[in-house]
Design a protein around this ligand. Structure first.
Ligand code: DON
Length: 307
């Protein structure tokens, strides 16, 4: 027998299926070819119960949704003070692929834009870490957050690396300012592999629920970060997770969130739940169009707006 929550989630997806506005990301050829009709969502409570609807087990590349979780790992590995010396916490008000460096320090404005995320990826593990070490750290940490073994989609990774000129340009600028060290193409390749990790909305909802609990994975019971780290990451998601639409999102939806160009969005309600949505067509800010509509519905119907 069905419980009312999945029925409600099915109804939300059905009511939004006819919205076909927006378009798949096209600067990564593999993403341009993804089935644009895929549509799924999942919600995991802080008690570890997951409710899902639609294409809830379809895998897609995590892309920019990796950024808050890699940021948490960088803080754990290197300490908040060190990370803050190199990456700020201010909304950039610009697109995700703008350089957006602070004028005086040359820090990327926040870890949610590409410049900040390339920097946080470069900080993983420690100063002497290799690209393999950093990618392993991301993969292992994300797998523990999701509660299952995740893997990199090599096709998506190769597809993005074939046209990663802009991220290379950003990373070379960061290198000239001493924000990142080492071999630039290797750092960008590692970051791109991190973005190519495959997840489902079910995984995203559990990963976000781990932030919502203050760092305890609600299904396995494992503590994966201190409450202060989870709080810091959620706050930065609220300020900058939706790029130049962050203020509009926070006022209308009121749920700290992060989007990815494959069409995923993750949202986190402190002390309550994690939410994941997937639909590949994006709006002009690079955020999933139908994903946004799902979050607007949930926020309104279930009173999930934080304010
Ligand atoms: O670095 C990039 O451009 C991609 N790997 C990720 C960008 C992304 O997901 C932006 N989000 N909406």
């Amino acid at each position: 027998m069905k419980t009312p929550v999945p029925d409600y989630l099915d109804e939300v997806l059905d009511s939004l299926r006819n919205d076909t506005s927006g378009a798949n990301a096209d600067y990564i050829p593999e993403l341009a070819e993804a089935d644009p009709e895929r549509f799924g969502m999942a919600l995991t409570t802080t008690l570890g119960r997951t409710y899902a609807a639609g294409d809830a087990d379809t895998e897609f590349s995590i892309q920019s949704i990796s950024k808050p979780f890699a940021y948490a790992a960088a803080i754990i590995d290197r300490g908040l003070d060190h990370v803050l010396e190199l990456v700020g916490v201010e909304p950039s008000g610009e697109a995700f692929n703008e350089l957006s460096l602070e004028g005086d320090t040359h820090r990327p404005k926040n870890p949610m834009i590409n410049a900040g995320a390339i920097t946080t990826h470069s900080l993983l593990v420690g100063a002497e870490a290799s690209q393999g070490d950093r990618v392993d750290r991301a993969l292992t940490f994300f797998s523990r957050l999701a509660g299952r073994d995740l893997r990199v989609d090599e096709r998506v990774c190769a597809s993005e690396l074939g046209s990663a000129h802009r991220n290379l340009a950003i990373a070379y600028m960061l290198r000239t300012y001493g924000i990142i060290d080492g071999d630039v193409p290797s750092v960008v390749e590692g970051y791109t592999r991190q973005c190519s990790i495959l997840v489902s909305v079910r995984d995203l909802s559990v990963m976000a629920a781990t932030l919502a609990t203050g760092g305890i994975q609600p299904v396995t019971g494992e503590r994966l970060m201190d409450p202060g780290v989870a709080r810091h990451v959620m706050a930065v998601m609220a300020a900058a997770g939706m790029y130049d639409a962050a203020g509009d999102w926070l006022t209308r939806v009121g749920i700290p969130a992060k989007s990815g160009v494959a069409g995923g969005i993750v949202g986190v309600l402190p002390d309550r739940a994690g939410v994941g949505t997937f639909s590949p067509r994006l709006d002009s800010h690079g955020n999933s169009r139908r994903g946004r509509l799902v979050f607007e519905r949930l926020s309104r119907d279930m009173g999930l707006h934080l304010f």
